[in-house]
Design a protein around this ligand. Sequence first.
Ligand code: GZL
Length: 326
Amino acid sequence: MKKLISLLLVAALCLTLTACSDNNSNAKKTKNDRLVIGFAQIGHEAGWRDAETADIQWYAARRTDTIELHFADAQGQQENQIKAIRGFIDMGVDVIAFPPLVETGWEEVLTECKNAGIPVILVDRGVDDSIDDSLYTTMIASDHVWAGEQAAIVMENLLGGSGVVVELEGTVGASAAVQRKQGFDSYMAANCPGIEIVASESGDFTLDMGKEVMASLLAAYDSIAGVFCHNDEMAMGAIEAIKEAGLKPGEDIKIVSVDGVKGAFEAILAGELNCTVECTPILAQQIFDTAAALKAGETVEKWIMSDDGVYTADKVTQELVDNRAY
Ligand code: GZL
């Protein structure tokens, strides 16, 4: 009997050890099989940015069996993004993704990513053309030049082809600001001799700075007919400044902006904003699908461009606003 019990105990011990090693090997296999991705976010300058962050974190949180997301918040500082990227390299992640705060200053850290064999996905913003584009694998972003051109076409129609316009630019050196300005200013120069851009200043993509800059421009120029804001956040600030100056936003001064956040649609319904050119922040699925493809050794397009719309008042309904994801 004793011999039988000993045999049973040895058998049970073997089974347990086998199960543990299987579990460990399964755990190792599952962990190795998961896409391990590092995302170095810019910060919280606009509601648009928070919508992008929420989409990415929500998407990954619902797929922890296949995605291991390491998320860093750079608090608006490029050096913090670079530090986070270096941390991801040390971690040995499969892919690194980030929106470059500004177009320049990335060569060194992107070279470190390349030397580590870690593909890089640029998200929603790009880097300067002078940077060797072999240092990143792809960019997932809207066409910011197109957005500026669309804003100019709408402004031209709103003003009937003539009037004084001011421009509230985004973060100095950010590709979204540089390219929206390029699109808007180039279209105006080529097609609207009657429209004069008398001032163009950075509001850093934030509501407070947008309000401050708009207030200063209203004090400096008494005949502003239109304002182009590089994002909806600054447009909300401009609306406040225009009201505080005793004028009617959307009527006395036409306002065109970019992003397509819910607040902008609500302002259009209220008649205080005339147009928002969409720049979707809902990029998580494209980011993670692209990262998984890169981990699997597949090749991808150099620029995965978002499909965005132009929302003038005639296209905005309460139903559309209610159904907006962000
Ligand atoms: C655009 C993105 C911009 C948004 C702003 O892709 O980089 O950054 O337009 C945000 O709202 O600050």
